[in-house]
Design a protein around this ligand. Structure first.
Ligand code: ADP
Ligand code: MG
Length: 219
């Protein structure tokens, strides 16, 4: 089976995922690689509908387990419809968020037991994990400040400038727990996960990510 390469870009809201995915895609395309860009929740028609339910729902009381399972439902569709076929066709897939986000947001942020989040991830991913995960770290105040200041029409933006989605507006303490869980994951799974400092300039981060990816692609 021809095998592609699966890269997930992760990190707190506002860390620079969408920005860096665009740099990385351009860098890889200019080297002749066949690149597929996708995102979670989303990436499929069903997943984009679930994204709206998860992020734009005005309903305050989405139960944490309903939230967990909606993310996994979108992921299961994404794996079957987009990720596996692209990887089997030998492409490089760059995803904005994947199952580590569920660990960070539903495990860390919502405080669901990690054992249950892992079981849910096992169902959603069907065992497919990225070859490389890059977590862009940013402190929660700065991340939320950037999200609020993000201009209309920016890539991946779901709402007009200044407006926060349901998860972005979950509060500073929630976002601090998300960040802490991402940092813990990067430490525990350092073979797969690389941590990058999101405070650097966009171009500097892009160079670091490009190096990390090319090292592995050429390995
Ligand atoms: N390294 C950086 N330094 C300063 N601002 C940044 C940096 N990277 C991204 N931004 C800005 O922060 C905002 C959020 O970036 P974005 O890439 O949309 O983050 P994410 O997709 O992780 O939420 C945007 O306005 C973007 O231009
Ligand atoms: Mg984004």
């Amino acid at each position: 089976m021809a095998k592609g390469f699966f890269i997930a870009i992760e990190g707190p809201d506002g860390c620079g995922k969408s920005t860096q995915i665009n740099y990385l895609a351009e860098n890889l395309k200019s080297l002749g690689y066949d690149v597929v860009l996708t995102r979670e929740p989303g990436g499929t028609k069903l997943g984009e509908e679930v994204r709206k339910l998860l992020l734009l729902s005005k309903e305050g009381n989405v139960s944490p387990y309903a939230e967990l399972l909606l993310f996994e439902a979108a992921r299961a569709q994404h794996v079957e419809e987009v990720l596996k076929p692209a990887l089997e066709a030998g492409k490089i897939v760059i995803a904005s968020r994947y199952a580590d986000a569920t660990r960070a947001y539903q495990g860390g942020g919502r405080k669901l037991p990690i054992s249950e989040v892992k079981r849910a991830n096992a169902l959603g991913t069907r065992g497919l994990w990225p070859d490389l995960t890059i977590i862009i770290d940013i402190d929660s105040e700065e991340g939320l400040r950037r999200v609020k200041g993000c201009a209309d029409g920016s890539p991946g933006k779901d709402l007009p400038s200044g407006k926060l989605d349901r998860i972005e507006s979950a509060g500073l303490e929630f976002h601090r727990r998300v960040r802490a869980e991402y940092l813990a994951l990067a430490e525990r799974e350092s073979d797969r996960i690389c941590l990058v400092d999101g405070r650097l300039k966009k171009e500097e981060i892009a160079e670091i990510i490009k190096k990390l990816v090319l090292e592995r692609l050429n390995a």
